[in-house]
Write a protein that binds this ligand. Sequence first.
Ligand code: NAD
Length: 492
Amino acid sequence: MERYQLFIGGEWCDPSTSEWFETEEPFSGKVWAQIPRGVQADADRAVEAAHRAFLSPEWADMTATQRGALLRKLAGLIEANAEALGAVEQRDNGKLMAEVAGQVRNVAQWFYFYAGLADKVAGAVVPINKADVFNYTKYEPLGVVVAITPWNSPLSLTAWKMAPALAAGNTLVIKPSEFASASLFELARLTEKAGFPRGVVNVVTGYGHEVGEPLVRHPLTAKIAFTGGDAGGQRVNEAAAPGLKKVTLELGGKSPNIVFDDADLDQAVKGVIAGIFAASGQTCMAGSRLLVQDTVHDEVVARLVAMVGEAKIGDPAASDTQIGPIATRPQWEKILRMIEMAKREGATLALGGHALSGPGYGQGQFVAPTIFTNVRNDMRIAQEEVFGPVLAVLKFRDEEEALRIANDVPFGLAAAVWTRDLHRALHCVDRLKAGTVWVNNYRSTSFATPFGGYKRSGLGREGGVEAIKEYLQTKSVWITTRPNRANPFLLG
Ligand code: NAD
């Protein structure tokens, strides 16, 4: 069995507790690796190592072009090792094998993108309103960035933070989820191979309250980039507040997928399925609220039930599996509790609504893809994130009502509109309170464009050119060109 070690200051080391916890394969329940249980002392060591690296000439004196070259080298190594990295992640969180290698190759693309951007973030010469000075701005890194990630897509969600943070010249401590840590150790090995100076990238594992929070609170931590649930995000924000640290938060969602009666229903039904049943619904951007116009409601529901009812559910390692297991036992229990809650609230069960066990379902950590109809927007199943394969269907009469229901939710991560009417589509784009809006598609993302949430779905953005600014601070520089201060006692 693999026994991992922490990666701190370029050394592989045991946790100060000398304790490890086990990680298991979600499908078989088989324990396959041991993960170090880091605590405060390990958090302190890691942040201090990252701080030393931040000040070291090996990193601080590197030009942005040289940092870009290092990131490009890392991207190449990720590409070359995509299968192996994907296999570790797949084992840890039970993702479909069919999608995981592609996802890891996409991780490499994030590093290529920010490698290219590293030496293109220019300050400005400011046309200042004073005659005797020259003013310009420049961007500087923040220092030690702590990246905290969840279990659903550990490598991707780390890359979203790591690539811009390193391109900007910061150093990093990564704290992956206790449920899916292993792939981050494999990524750390590749940073060693790529030749990053010691301490620029560190990986510390353990539980959120034991090691995550000490990382956030450490006085030398300059910034926290967090992806996780809104409750965890709130705790991280509170822990960061006394030190006035910079924080970006990518949190959960309850995203509306709106189908109008003039939509191409074949495409819309596929989009609804991709929105909620891909990755067994364990994605932040899941389209968990389907809003359907009353005139096509029954037809859309019937088509969904027919298509999803035939999905191949089972071993995520099999190439023809369409729906895999739930990644963690607590999450599996939570999904089943929320299904029971929706039944008690009076929603009508159109499909699924139960756990799956028996031959073909491994240790039985499965939830049947579930569709509830007759959902009212004030029900908890319409308002709270499930993070599982559970779709809540709500009916609407017209555009005004669709927009009112769509926006009447505490989250604002994403939304989609299905219609052939361009004016209606653009009107909805303007009115939807969400960080991402898709028109006639669902789930498109790219390193090239920002992603992030309105309302309780987060703070700041990841991806695109603008995200590198989340890892930089601006310095305004004043240079006297003509000494001329008539009266030193006056402001001006
Ligand atoms: P979580 O909030 O429970 O944990 C996320 C991470 O935070 C883990 O590494 C955990 O150990 C750590 N953590 C927990 N408490 C902490 C604390 N007090 N201090 C510091 N760290 C702490 O989330 P999860 O259950 O792992 O993931 C599922 C959630 O993530 C869902 O709500 C989902 O919507 C969200 N998510 C969001 C995005 C996005 O980009 N918006 C992407 C994927 C997942």
